[in-house]
Design a protein around this ligand. Structure first.
Ligand code: B12
Ligand code: SF4
Ligand code: SF4
Length: 294
């Protein structure tokens, strides 16, 4: 069965996965499985690399279409493979709102090491990966479940902590800049300034771009992340999106108002730059004219 799972994931260009016994993972929300109505016995956990190039004013993950779409496509394919072998099996796929601690499962599955920035770092793809998982009621032995490995940590070089704009990684700040950009409603002037300073309309990558494990990031082989990619989001692009197109973006879950607010915050920075440029041009012109006169 594990070979079939591997072939299915490789069909989606995913080469990093493992299977674990549910007894070995850390359940963080038992109500999810109660609602599903089956006893979880095993888990498939995989990494989805997403680095597809650099961005201007969006974090790297947010330039691509919403990764939840990719994860649910993959989970559906995995479910098909499992059901073909075990037609009565109960299966449920997740990505984010899982009954288990996904990062912990990826770590004990040996898929990466724990970074001091709170992220999983994979040997091949660095931290530019998402985690997807599928819970089943199949006997873990039948899925070839791995024995959990000891969790490895990064070398603790401190670069992510130094680079963190809000200081939350140093235990100083109140919130993560990524969370600030995703918050609805009014932001404080300090928060708006941070967004301008780090030129982000959605998310934050500072603790990732500063990490030595991401120095030469490998481009994702997953085609999904290149589809309709927007490295530089403008108000024109956003306004031109139909509601259907908008709903596929990573920033859609907070509705249009939030991302519009963020772009407005950044546009104030551009207006400032343009004003500054005009000021310098004017001063230079005046200086030249004065020099000609004398
Ligand atoms: C909510 C959430 C966020 C929140 C809170 C982040 C956090 N660290 O908990 C915000 C919006 C800030 C966020 C930001 C990002 N996220 Co996020 N996020 C999640 C989500 C959906 C749930 C995490 C959670 O709340 N767990 C429950 C809490 C209680 O568990 P915990 O982790 O043990 O919480 C402790 C610590 O995290 C810490 N803590 C709480 N808040 C914060 C905030 C920060 C910044 C830090 C460092 C620590 C911290 O205190 C908690 C109690 O001890 C997970 C998916 C998942 N299921 O894990 C993705 C997930 C962790 N996020 C992911 C990503 C990619 C990001 C960003 C890189 C996106 C971006 N470019 O902006 C940033 C990175 C920020 C960072 N350095 O962690 C990926 C990480 C992949 C990887 N390589 O490990 C995940 C696993 C999603 C996925 N399916 O792949 N995220
Ligand atoms: S920047 Fe250094 S301390 Fe931070 S996650 Fe990367 S290796 Fe670890
Ligand atoms: S995403 Fe940005 S603000 Fe959040 S922990 Fe990383 S560097 Fe700090």
């Amino acid at each position: 069965m594990k070979e079939k799972i591997k072939a299915c994931l490789l069909g989606h260009n995913i080469d990093t996965f493992t299977t674990l016994s549910y007894a070995d993972v850390r359940e963080t929300n038992s109500r999810i499985m109660e609602r599903e109505g089956f006893t979880p016995r095993s888990v498939i956990i995989y990494l989805l690399p997403y680095y597809a190039g650099e961005c201007v004013n969006l974090s790297r993950y947010a330039a691509s279409l919403d990764y939840h779409i990719a994860i649910s496509e993959i989970n559906m394919a995995l479910e098909k493979v499992i059901k073909a072998e075990y037609p009565t099996a109960r299966v449920k796929g997740y990505g984010d709102h899982s009954p288990i601690d996904e990062r912990h499962a990826a770590l004990i599955g040996g898929l990466g090491i724990a970074g001091d920035n709170g992220l999983i770092i994979n040997e091949k793809y660095g931290s530019y990966i998402f985690i997807g998982d599928l819970v089943t009621d199949i006997d873990p032995e039948l899925l070839g479940a791995s024995v959990p490995v000891e969790i490895q940590r990064c070398e603790g070089c401190g670069a992510c902590k130094r680079a963190c704009p809000t200081g939350i990684l140093r235990g100083e700040g109140e919130d993560c800049l990524s969370a600030i950009t995703q918050r609805k409603g009014e932001l404080t002037e300090g928060e708006r300034q941070l967004m301008r300073q780090f030129n982000t309309a959605w998310g934050c990558d500072e603790c990732q771009s500063s990490c030595p494990h991401n120095r030469a990031p490998r481009l994702t082989p997953v085609e999904f992340f290149y589809r309709d990619r927007i490295p530089h989001l403008t108000r024109e692009l956003l306004d031109g999106m139909t509601d259907e197109e908008f709903s596929h973006r990573a920033f859609a879950w907070r509705k249009r108002k939030t991302i519009e607010r963020n772009l407005d915050i950044l546009s104030k920075k551009q207006t400032k730059i343009v004003k500054k440029c005009y000021f310098y041009i004017k001063t230079a012109k005046r200086k030249a004219e004065n020099e000609q006169k004398t």
